[in-house]
Design a protein around this ligand. Structure first.
Ligand SMILES: CC(C)(COP(=O)(O)OP(=O)(O)OC[C@H]1O[C@@H](n2cnc3c(N)ncnc32)[C@H](O)[C@@H]1OP(=O)(O)O)[C@@H](O)C(=O)NCCC(=O)NCCS
Length: 229
């Protein structure tokens, strides 16, 4: 657990250019306070001190504005920037190197017991205000744009934006954690799949147009030959 806590602190320097020193990070990062609390409350939850875990978790929510259910599973090097208004539900599973901004909800869409919250694989970045709802999976290194509402699975290494979330970019290769880009911006070129599909259709139409013209020309030539043999 202490190794995890050390990593949670170190990762802030990698992902927030505004972080100036360890003391500042320890005092001024509610996201860090929330995750440190969560690491302890999750341990209490697993030891069956469930009411205590939930009660302390609720106190942390009061102080940070971040609600993390102690039963949620969160991997290493987790970072919540700014924090206020973040909700992480009971059956959420989060991999390593995941980043959330303020106002993010990892919520359920059903009251049925069992898995009802999302799974975020390694390296996912979720922009401010985004809602990810239901037992869906956000693939490794995917980016969720700010204020997006995502209700279905997202493939790895892609970006979704809007309401409901739509895919705007298949990334060619995942970025290693060391190349983390603050705010989830993509460093490469963005390919919109809808624009790509429209381009393919236009290309197909141009091809057919050329064939029709060629056939018309052949028809006219053979007609002319028939009339003037
Ligand atoms: C989604 C995101 C990761 C994409 O960044 P990017 O890879 O640099 O992509 P671009 O800025 O080139 O945008 C690509 C397209 O998506 C659109 N887009 C980007 N972010 C969007 C969003 N949040 N909602 C809707 N559309 C969005 C752009 O308008 C653009 O559309 P176009 O191709 O039709 O012009 C980024 O815009 C984002 O939302 N990051 C989260 C930032 C954040 O929450 N910061 C909080 C700091 S406190």
């Amino acid at each position: 657990m202490f190794q995890r806590i050390k990593q949670d602190i170190e990762v802030i320097f990698q992902r927030d250019p505004a972080a100036n020193g360890v003391l500042e990070v320890l005092l001024c990062y509610p996201g860090l306070h929330a995750i440190l609390g969560y690491r302890l409350f999750h341990w209490l939850w697993r030891k069956n001190f469930r009411l205590l875990a939930r009660f302390l978790s609720n106190l942390t929510r009061f102080l940070t504005g971040i609600e993390i259910h102690p039963a949620a599973q969160i991997g290493a090097r987790f970072f919540i920037d700014h924090g206020m208004g973040v909700v992480i539900g009971e059956t959420t599973q989060i991999g390593d190197n995941v980043t959330l901004y303020h106002g993010v909800t990892l919520g359920g869409t059903s009251w049925k017991a069992g898995k009802r919250h999302p799974t975020l694989e390694n390296g996912v970045v979720v922009g401010a205000g985004a809602k990810i709802l239901g037992p869906i999976t956000i693939g490794a290194n995917a980016r969720v744009g700010s204020n997006a509402v995502v209700v279905s699975d997202v493939p790895a290494n892609t970006t979704v934006v809007g309401v409901p979330g739509r895919l705007v970019m298949p990334k060619s290769k995942p970025e290693p954690d060391t190349a983390f880009s603050s705010y989830g911006q993509n460093s490469g070129t963005m390919v919109d799949p809808v624009a790509k599909a429209v381009t393919c259709l236009l290309e197909q139409m141009r091809h057919m147009d050329e064939r029709v013209k060629k056939l018309e020309h052949e028809e006219t030539t053979s007609d002319h030959t028939r009339r003037h043999p």
